[in-house]
Write a protein that binds this ligand. Sequence first.
Ligand SMILES: C[S@@+](CC[C@H](N)C(=O)[O-])C[C@H]1O[C@@H](n2cnc3c(N)ncnc32)[C@H](O)[C@@H]1O
Length: 455
Amino acid sequence: MESKNTQLKLHQRIELEIDGVGASGEGVGHLCGRAVFVPRALPGELVAARVVHLGSRKAVAEPQKILRPSSDRIVPVCSAFGRCGGCQLMHADYPAQIGLKRAILQDALRTIAKLEPVSVPVAPAPGPLGYRNRGQYPVARKKGKVVTGFYASRSHDVVAVSECHIHDPRVDRAVACVRAWAGHKRVPVYDERRHRGFLRHVVVRVAEGTGEVLVVLVGRGEQSLPVGDLVRRLQKKLPGIVGVLLNINPARTNVILGGSNRVLWGRGWVEESFLSLKLKLSVGSFFQVNTAQAKVLFGKVRRFIGRPAGAVVDAYCGVGVLASLLSKAGHETVGIDSFAPAVKDAEIIAADNRVQTAVFHCGRTEKLLPRLVSHGIKPKAVILDPPRKGCAPEVVDAAAESGAEKIAYISCHPGTLSRDLKRFFDLGYRLETIEGVDMFPQTFHLEVFAGLVRT
Ligand SMILES: C[S@@+](CC[C@H](N)C(=O)[O-])C[C@H]1O[C@@H](n2cnc3c(N)ncnc32)[C@H](O)[C@@H]1O
């Protein structure tokens, strides 16, 4: 075992006190002048671990044995925990997970946004399991059997898992039907190494409010399929099934969905009933994966924006749920999204819900927001809900330049949120509220709502 004065070496076995949490939910301890990151270790634990990566200031060690477990440690409900990589915190009980996520967020706010230490409330999810309304699984053939699961880390090998505890159970039920059907009907399965075969992924979308289910087979090309048998199997297990779709992805890529879809049976979308809206959701369009917590999050944004008085820009709007909700409440809204099918869905949703004061633009926020501002739009508020990489500087600058009284920033990455908050502070905004909403229990991810006001 390692003493304080010696150098840390690759593959070395160490004993480590865990005294903090890393940005990806790992336990962190300190040894020989380095921060050592240990996945699946909790603050307060003493662990035996083996160094698997060595940098000049950081190291990563794989845990071998928990020598002194934390009282927050529980037995993970999933047998694939630790191999799958999808859930990083399943070894901690749910209240402890919330504490870890709060610590990750507060650390980013302190070190990157340079905020005084703040205690951020985090709204826990009502259901820490079974919450994901959408699942996507790679398909492979192993020893003659069709399997679905996840890719082993840094490989193209599919590890068979038939149950994922964070998905709505209907997702697994649908995938089980596809597996049984593909095996029985000898549907050719995609071989990633040779780029041969057909069935690559199964994607399932569940509308929690209506119970509708859509199943998408992602194939390498066109293929004649015994669809009737699949539909019968699905109808038996899933009364809410409304459509089976073929998505064609001929590319040698790890991007799951290809560009074209063909309806094999039923229709190519699910209808969701969400707050006061009816939503038509197609396969590729973004919709928050945790429906219950999306309601909590959007409620916070709506309360922050307040009464109608001037336009609201909903940048990175997806299918425009917030824009349509705000329009229904009397606001004039302008949605922006770069994904054309999402913008099309947003327009359909607005029309279906008789929303008359929302317009949607397809394009990059980096280009469209500065253009709207230079054309004289003076919004009361700007909503920003970017992907994990956050907003480009020109987006933050344009939002500030618009003179908006309020900025509602929704983020799924504390680090990029903190960076962008700092920029807003420098441009004359202050933080009025910041709250976490746990959309992704069992993982280290946290959705955060930050409300900024012009000083
Ligand atoms: C986190 S989602 C937010 C969706 C929406 N606000 C919601 O809550 O349903 C991010 C969205 O940003 C879009 N997007 C990604 N990069 C973009 C960009 N540079 N400009 C505009 N939209 C972008 C994606 O298509 C996606 O719909």
